[in-house]
Design a protein around this ligand. Structure first.
Ligand SMILES: Nc1ncnc2c1ncn2[C@@H]1O[C@H](COP(=O)(O)OP(=O)(O)OP(=O)(O)O)[C@@H](O)[C@H]1O
Ligand SMILES: [Mg+2]
Length: 370
């Protein structure tokens, strides 16, 4: 029984005969055993070495077992050691009190050695499992913190170069004279950097939201202005593919939602629409009054989605991502994020689509209370 060797057990009893009996049973099984004959000695012994279990007599002169247990439970060095009471008292009041002061179990005297051994084994195993759990929880916490740090470094250090890249590519597209080839290259740089930047933003939002760091802070704002702003950012992409962006939302259409999350939804839906629509198509954003909420739609004249593929959308357990009409790549993260944010804002998200005709993605946002 080599497993037993790594466990040490403290036996506390004022009757030497009892200690002898218990110690011999446990030693025979290979456990390391120490003993104390009164409460004070028990406390100092328990603090001086590392014990895995304490067998504690209740009736002892000066300091009884309950008091010893209470002291052990309030000291961080000994609080985690499981304590089994050894007791001649079998009334349930006494037993309940033992549990109340922090004992995990009790064995009645005179001992039945098989019962004693079974209880000792069980509690040692439980303690081992608990410690393993604690250790892996700690490891998990550290890993999470490392991941957090990793993302915040990415967020901080990649945002600026991206902004510069986007700005320069923009200037390059507009600068004259450029040959057609040069213009194409500049547009490709522009589109690729915009896509990479969008992906970066989605990834960061997703990870923060998963870690519970993203709180939903709803406020009243004009969805028309938010949509216009987002359209402006995506205009270059749409122009490159010769796609018209139209907003039919009236000014001062007030919603009550987290602006940042809402913009992420709108940005993802419009950029998907641009991605899955061919040259010459159009994308229309509109708002429908639903009483307590606005239903915002992003409709495109694009490739559409089959009913089987629709079932795979908005799901983190199924990865579904196809290339855009200009071979744009994706991660399949965008719609998951949209669903999560729409639901966090107290709304719903959905899609209607017909292959070859186009798609309409819609989500609801509550109206502000009047
Ligand atoms: N407007 C649309 N028209 C046609 N198919 C679409 C449209 N929007 C989404 N899809 C389909 O749904 C899939 C998932 O969209 P989602 O935005 O989640 O991922 P993605 O665009 O592939 O990647 P990314 O994470 O970069 O957004 C797409 O790959 C595409 O197949
Ligand atoms: Mg997408």
């Amino acid at each position: 029984m080599s497993e037993a060797k790594k466990f040490s057990i403290l036996i506390v009893d004022d009757t030497p005969k009892n200690i002898q009996v218990v110690a011999s049973i446990l030693k025979e099984l290979g456990y390391q055993v120490a003993f104390a004959r009164d409460g004070q000695t028990a406390l100092s012994t328990a603090k001086s070495a590392k014990f895995d279990l304490i067998l504690l007599d209740i009736m002892m002169p000066e300091m009884d077992g309950y008091e010893v247990c209470q002291h052990l439970k309030t000291d961080s060095r000994t609080a985690d050691i499981p304590i089994i009471f050894l007791t001649a008292k079998t009334e349930s009041d006494n037993i309940v009190k033992g549990f109340e002061v922090g004992g995990v179990d009790y064995v009645t005297k005179p001992f039945n050695s098989a019962e004693l051994v079974a209880r000792v084994k069980t509690h040692l195993e439980l303690r081992q499992a608990r410690e393993a759990l604690k250790k892996s929880e700690q490891q998990l916490r550290e890993l999470n913190a490392a991941k957090d740090k990793f993302f915040s470094i990415i967020a901080h250090d990649l945002k600026n170069p991206f902004a510069a890249l986007l700005g320069c590519a923009d200037l390059l597209v507009q600068s004259e004279p450029l040959t057609e080839d040069q213009k194409d290259l500049a547009e490709t740089i522009n589109m690729a950097s915009q896509q990479a930047y969008d992906l970066l933003q989605n990834l960061l939002k997703w990870s923060r939201s998963q870690l519970g760091h993203l709180s939903c802070e709803p406020e009243s704002f004009d969805i028309c202005a938010a949509v216009n702003k987002t359209m402006l950012l995506l205009k270059n992409n749409a122009d490159n593919k010769n796609i018209r962006l139209i907003s039919e939302i009236e000014e001062n259409t007030l919603v009550f939602a987290d602006p940042d999350m809402t913009i992420t939804i709108v940005r993802n839906l419009i950029s998907n629409a641009v991605k899955y629509t061919s040259s010459g198509g159009s994308i229309t954003v509109s708002a429908k009054d639903q009483g307590n909420a606005w239903e915002i739609s992003v409709s495109d004249t694009g490739v559409g989605i089959t009913p089987e593929d629709i079932k795979k959308l908005f799901r983190i357990d199924v990865k579904h991502s196809t290339h855009g009409t200009a071979k744009e790549e994706g991660t399949g993260l965008g719609l998951n994020l949209c669903k999560e944010f729409a639901e966090k804002s107290g709304g719903k998200i959905g899609v209607q689509s017909e292959v070859g005709k186009g798609s309409r993605f819609y989500f609801t946002l509550p109206k502000p209370a009047i």
